[in-house]
Design a protein around this ligand. Structure first.
Ligand SMILES: Nc1ncnc2c1ncn2[C@@H]1O[C@H](COP(=O)(O)OP(=O)(O)OP(=O)(O)O)[C@@H](O)[C@H]1O
Length: 246
């Protein structure tokens, strides 16, 4: 039995009179790939900001490994839609940045950077600056930087939302490979139902605001998944029916 890594209990958040997150509870198991899907404006960002304590919540709790989540204590890695590389740092330096901030020793930083560069096949581009890299390479730098910290939890908010389809598929496959290798616990938020079915172990479907967990679906389709297989299409249609925010 895998242990519960994240426990969200009765999480409620409002801005003034606007109730955004309405008594949300769910758990994430260690090494699980959880995908959250929900309508635009349902409070994804509010949820991520609550998790990382950027904003205060009204009530409830978010626990990581049994303790109240605390970015100073826990290693939380974020991958967002915007490429958040530092243009004045090269690939190696970008990957090392978060490790330096954590005060890690130089030897360990070098080891982690090497490992991460190899994981995403950026050996030949280690001295390149972001302005010299393609979109796919930039995304790999961001991924490498996140995995280099060996995070307790990796949070991904629509990371591939703006990429063209072929590139998106390629990066999704790379992400799955890294996830399988590292057994990282991932919470991935998306509007894209096909992406949710392709990636997830479990899908959490959220309602419109005030947002609650509408339902959850276990996704045990065998990997690698084929988007055209009947089982895939059936699950995709099921999630689509459940969401129907349009
Ligand atoms: N600081 C704030 N003050 C007031 N209202 C806010 C604040 N932050 C978010 N909101 C409101 O909370 C609701 C949820 O916003 P949030 O940005 O979390 O949604 P989202 O699901 O991330 O949106 P999208 O799907 O567009 O990315 C919105 O109605 C938004 O206007």
């Amino acid at each position: 039995m895998l242990k519960e890594k994240v426990q969200v209990q009765n999480l409620t958040k409002s801005f003034g009179d606007l109730l955004v997150l309405d008594n949300i509870s769910f758990n994430v198991k260690e090494s699980e790939f959880l995908v959250i899907v929900g309508p635009t404006g349902c409070g994804k960002t509010t949820f991520l900001n609550s998790l990382t304590r950027i904003i205060d919540i009204n009530s409830g709790s978010i626990k990581l490994d049994g303790e109240n989540v605390d970015p100073r204590k826990h290693d939380l890695a974020y991958i967002l839609q915007e490429y958040s590389t530092f243009p004045w740092l090269n690939v190696e330096q970008n990957i090392a940045y978060g490790l330096k901030i954590k005060g890690m020793k130089k030897d360990l930083i070098e080891e982690r950077v090497e490992e991460a560069i190899a994981m995403v096949n950026l050996e030949k581009h280690r001295k390149y600056y972001p302005g010299e890299l393609s979109a796919s390479m930039l995304q790999r730098v961001v991924i490498a930087r996140a995995f280099a910290t060996k995070p307790d939890l990796l949070l991904m908010d629509e990371p591939y939302g703006q990429l063209d389809l072929n590139l998106k598929y390629k990066l999704e496959d790379e992400l799955l490979k890294l996830w399988e290798q590292t057994k990282t616990t991932i919470v991935f938020i998306t509007h894209n139902i096909e992406e949710a079915v392709y990636l997830s172990d479990r899908i959490l479907v959220m309602t419109n605001k005030p947002t609650k967990v509408k339902t959850e679906l276990i996704n045990d389709l065998p990997r690698p998944r084929k988007v055209s297989s009947p089982d895939f299409v059936e699950l995709r249609n099921k999630v689509t029916e459940l969401i129907k925010w349009w």
